[in-house]
Design a protein around this ligand. Structure first.
Ligand code: NAD
Length: 504
């Protein structure tokens, strides 16, 4: 495959990547892989094409992208079928990914021209001058995507990068590259050649992308984020890192327990729990611990898991692969060994094909257990009973991650005040997960959960730009007071001015 991913192109034979159907376990597609040389060639093509793209007005670029988006949506079957097969997710989640990126582009189309226009600023302390800020594209942006929401988490960065006038190279996860590959094909039926390219491969290909771009966006594990940041530092390439989470949910004594239990069930088991901002640990005030746990058990017991093959309805699908389920099993075993009780689930479900783990509820957990300290990424909800809200906040913050967190309470003002004390990029009250779908809110993590934020209005778009300061004289004077020659008198004057303005 050429990195350009245009249709019908003759390409020299290359090594291929076998992509598995997560529910069946069998290979459903092979994609030719790229290597560092192919990445360098893709970067050269991108750099040749980018100036013409940047020369279009923002409105013109948005017009082209809207036409490309229509092409993508009309030809969505190939993309969505691939996404369903490689991730094993139910159709609702698969369609939701495409819907998410369309909403993203629509939000940009309304405001991008204003956000990217030149910004007049005051020229003070000088008079007779003019100053403004330009938002210019960085040039070439690299997007390295994860396997859990491949389409959404690639284009949530690629679209704003393109709107800002950059060329983009995306490298989807080697576990789930097909949907992104198909989406790039569809978009490239409209986009000018070289502006959006996909390269296929593993970390070595990702590293080559880092070596060639002017900004790298990574969604992945904290370990990968560190490696990418180290590599990017060689060329001082800026990074946007969206990394792992271990998100707490706090259920206060006055919470609507039905809503809290349903939120925990959805937030914990959505996409088999393989969501960066899934509910990973629950702290419940002791006054309501018993009824809340009962309700949560009932909600979890109702969930249907399996392959979404049209024969029945399911809420979540298989694990992406054996490695992921092993982490879940290790965390559950560690918790049980140290005294936790399995109220529901707890053991992988027998299946000849995909790997499945049932909704699992653990009680009697403690802060030192792996399940509370590390990202589990499975449909497992550990519930810890706490004395009060303060103890809950203390536990919530005693964590190396800081992606998102939620508080359940009927007292909105108190809930907001407590939520704001949690050390995480997003906090929610009586809500969960949906914040990532709100383009106006910044989304990103603190601590080991990331560097920078995506979305978030003008700032979210402008991070794909360099800011250029422009400053011009309008006085026409032969020279400035501050220029040579210096004198003792000028030093005295400056000193007096300093004292007069700032020293009194
Ligand atoms: P991963 O870290 O294994 O891989 C992410 C991407 O980086 C892949 O494309 C991979 O090939 C590439 N990569 C890996 N090592 C690299 C290296 N050394 N140099 C360059 N590229 C490299 O992540 P994953 O397992 O695909 O995704 C799961 C993780 O992603 C979880 O930890 C999850 O919490 C996190 N995640 C975070 C967010 C967020 O927005 N914060 C969203 C989804 C997933």
């Amino acid at each position: 495959m050429s990195a350009l991913a245009t249709e019908g192109e003759a390409a020299a034979p290359r090594a291929t990547l076998a992509v598995r159907d997560a529910a069946r376990g069998s290979v459903f597609r092979e994609l030719p892989t790229d290597d560092p040389t192919a990445v360098a060639e893709a970067a050269a093509r991108a750099r040749a094409a980018q100036p013409a793209w940047a020369a279009l007005s923002v409105k013109e670029r948005l017009g082209v992208l809207a036409a490309a988006r229509r092409e993508l949506v009309r030809g969505r079957a190939a993309v969505l079928d691939a996404l369903a097969a490689e991730t094993g997710k139910p159709r609702v989640d698969v369609v939701g990914e495409l819907l998410g990126i369309c909403l993203e582009l629509r939000a940009l189309s309304k405001k991008a021209a204003r956000w990217l226009s030149r910004e007049r600023v005051s020229a003070r302390p000088f008079v007779g001058k003019r100053g403004y800020v330009l938002y210019k594209p960085r040039g070439l942006v690299g997007v390295l995507g994860p396997w859990n929401a491949p389409l959404h988490l690639t284009f949530v960065d690629a679209f704003p990068a393109l709107v800002a006038g950059n060329a983009v190279i995306v490298k989807p996860s080697e576990v789930t590259p097909v949907a992104v590959y198909e989406a790039v094909l569809a978009l490239n039926r409209v986009l000018p050649p070289g502006i959006l390219q996909v390269v296929v491969g593993g970390p070595d290909v990702g590293a080559a992308v880092v070596d060639h771009v002017d900004l790298v966006c990574v969604t992945g594990s904290s370990a990968t984020g560190r490696r990418v940041m180290e590599r990017a530092a060689r060329r001082l390439t800026p990074v946007l890192l969206e990394l792992g989470g271990n998100d707490p949910m706090i259920v206060l004594a006055d919470a609507d327990l039905d809503r809290a239990a349903r939120a925990a069930a959805w937030g914990g088991c959505l996409m088999t729990g393989q969501v960066c901002m899934s509910v990973e640990r629950v702290y419940v005030e002791e006054a309501v611990a018993e009824p809340f746990t009962r309700k949560l058990e009932a909600e979890l017991a109702r969930l249907r898991f399996g392959a979404d093959d049209g024969s029945r309805e399911v809420d979540f699908g298989p694990f992406i692969g054996p490695r992921q389920i092993e982490i879940v099993e290790r965390h559950v075993a560690d918790a049980v060994e140290r005294g936790a009780r399995v109220v529901l689930g707890g053991k992988r479900a027998a299946s000849a094909t995909g790997v499945y783990f049932p909704p699992t509820l653990l009680t009697g957990v403690r802060a030192d257990m792996a399940i509370m300290r590390e990202e589990t990424f499975g449909p497992v909800i550990p519930v810890q009973v706490v004395k009060d809200a303060f103890e809950a906040i203390r536990h919530a913050n005693d964590c190396e991650h800081g992606l998102s967190a939620s508080v359940g309470t009927r007292d909105l003002a108190r809930g907001l005040a407590l939520a704001e004390r949690i050390e995480s990029g997003s906090v929610w009250v009586n809500e969960c997960v949906l914040v990532a779908a709100v383009p106006a809110l910044p989304f990103g993590g603190l601590k080991q959960s990331g560097v920078g934020t995506r979305h978030g209005g003008a700032e979210g778009l402008r991070q794909f730009c360099v800011r250029q300061a422009v400053f011009a004289d309008r006085t026409g004077l032969k020279r400035e007071w501050s220029w040579f020659p210096y004198s003792t008198r000028r030093a005295r004057l400056l000193d007096a001015l300093l004292h007069h303005v700032f020293g009194r």
